[in-house]
Design a protein around this ligand. Structure first.
Ligand SMILES: [Mg+2]
Length: 227
């Protein structure tokens, strides 16, 4: 059984983010945000107080406001909002691809008996579009459909660890966004930022990541046989 040695700690489990960490998707978040704002306006909600930085949280907040005013309209808004963003996600997934070393990395970790899971704010259909044979490479995938609260809330990482029978203190959370680092910290794991997304080393240091890697595949350098 292999083990990852990070600082003076050891990990036998790795939880990965998907977009920007194991795959390139280039989701058009600006278009997503614009379309959701247009939809929210169509439901007569004042946009002034809605300044959530991420689209999923924006939908959640608008949903609460719509539900408060017109109880029967909440579900229709939610359905339409999720249909809009899924369309954009799946479009990106069709043009997306795994990073060249992703399968190699997951295979090497499995060979070393390091447990792996993937948690993502993306939808299942988009992940499967990019990675159709994901089940052969990673035993646990937690998408947003599987939980009430997405990252950085610790529900997703908690569910992944529960499914793997893993211990958070012996787990490394790997992602390309400072939000992934926050997720790991809130979930009680070690954390690593990867520079294959839009963020820089300084962003991950500010987020208090334990480790910053050029790409996820560099993790293998930290792998050693268990003493
Ligand atoms: Mg990501």
């Amino acid at each position: 059984m292999g083990i990852l040695s990070i600082k003076d700690r050891q990990a036998d489990t790795v939880i990965f983010d998907f977009d920007g960490t194991l795959a390139v998707l280039n989701i058009d978040f600006e278009r997503m945000r614009r379309e959701i704002h247009t939809l929210i306006a169509a439901y007569g909600i004042d946009q002034a107080g809605l300044n959530r930085p991420f689209v999923l949280e924006l939908i959640g907040e608008a949903d609460r406001l719509i539900g408060r005013r017109q109880d029967d309209k909440g579900p229709a808004f939610r359905d339409e909002a999720y249909r809009l963003i899924e369309e954009i996600e799946i479009q990106a997934a069709k043009q997306g691809r795994l990073f060249q070393k992703t399968k190699q990395l997951l295979t090497a970790l499995e060979k070393a008996s390091v447990r792996t899971g993937i948690i993502t704010r993306n939808c299942l259909k988009a992940v499967r579009t990019v990675f159709p044979d994901i089940d052969s490479y990673c035993p646990v995938l937690v998408t947003r459909e599987d939980v009430h609260h997405v990252k950085p809330h610790p529900e997703q990482i908690g569910l992944a660890l529960e499914k793997l029978g893993a211990d958070a203190r012996r787990t490394l959370m790997v992602g390309d966004h400072p939000l992934d680092i926050e997720t790991g910290i809130r979930g009680g794991t070690l954390t690593a930022g990867v520079l294959t997304g839009k963020y820089h080393e300084t962003d991950f240091m500010a987020a208090r990541a334990d480790l910053v890697l050029a790409e996820a595949a560099q993790l293998l350098k930290y792998l050693s046989p268990q003493p």
